[in-house]
Write a protein that binds this ligand. Structure first.
Ligand SMILES: Nc1ncnc2c1ncn2[C@@H]1O[C@H](COP(=O)(O)OP(=O)(O)OP(=O)(O)O)[C@@H](O)[C@H]1O
Ligand SMILES: [Mg+2]
Length: 229
């Protein structure tokens, strides 16, 4: 059994047979507002606080300040983690893929990071006019990350009506795929999580309900989504 990186997110390691296999690359795909960013911040927070694993957050949408603010809503003091060099947040402009790759590598080395998040990863697509170029580059980024010693999460904004992303990022690069749903069921929205794949891992075959509160995301690992509805 591979060594694992415990996410620390309540309930998540339980449905992942103990955690994400170390140095794997996982894509978290999900509906808008389904909790992708929240889960990523929580992964970095527990990494730094509980497991003494520094983490790097590459933010392709929000500024560092904005990210710190979002984390503070959940009671996570990222300002302190940044000051203590346990977390580094890098807001990257969207224009040069090679530059992005170099930035990622530098930050990982600087912090001796064990966790990496790129959020939202979907904007990779905007770098390229041709799908083939995108695939090649994303593959090469995946290889870079593997060599870096980090367990990495890249988020992907998709509507889960269609579970495959535009460039097949999941199929070609990721070792694991986690799906976050925020879907309408009759007269309300419900949140749930499912693991589509995770190499070397006995995964839960079920969809599990999740809650988001002021303490962040929690996965109800013992419950199945449809047992009560
Ligand atoms: N204190 C709270 N209690 C309950 N729900 C909350 C609380 N704080 C935030 N939320 C909800 O948690 C979700 C957080 O979503 P988040 O931004 O992580 O999703 P996302 O998948 O990254 O979205 P996007 O596709 O916009 O990037 C939002 O739907 C928000 O309404
Ligand atoms: Mg987000």
């Amino acid at each position: 059994m591979p060594e694992r990186t415990k996410t620390g997110v309540p309930g998540l390691d339980e449905i992942l047979d103990g955690g994400i296999p170390k140095e794997n690359l996982v894509v978290i795909s999900g509906d808008p507002g389904s909790g992708k960013t929240c889960l990523c911040l929580e992964f970095l927070y527990y990494g730094a606080m509980k497991y003494k694993e520094p983490g790097v957050l590459i933010s392709l949408e929000e500024s560092e300040e904005e990210m710190i603010k979002i984390a503070s809503f959940f009671g996570w003091d990222f300002k302190k983690l940044v000051d203590e060099k346990k977390v580094e947040i890098i807001a990257v402009e969207l224009y040069d893929f090679e530059k992005l790759r170099a930035t990622v590598e530098d930050a990982i080395t600087r912090l001796n990071a064990k966790r990496l998040v790129i959020d939202p990863g979907v904007v990779f697509r905007l770098y390229f006019e041709r799908e083939l170029d995108a695939r090649k580059r994303i593959l090469s980024l995946g290889r870079t990350l593997k060599k870096s010693g980090c367990t990495a999460i890249i988020t992907n904004e998709i509507s889960l009506d269609k579970t495959s992303s535009l460039f097949g990022l999941e199929e070609y690069v990721a070792d694991g795929v986690i799906l976050l749903y925020h879907t309408k069921l009759e007269d309300r929205f419900i949140r749930s999580i499912g693991v589509l794949k995770m190499r070397g891992t006995k995964i839960s075959e079920k969809l599990h309900p999740i809650t988001i509160s002021k303490d962040g995301i929690r996965i109800l690992a013992k419950q199945e989504l449809f047992e009560e509805v």
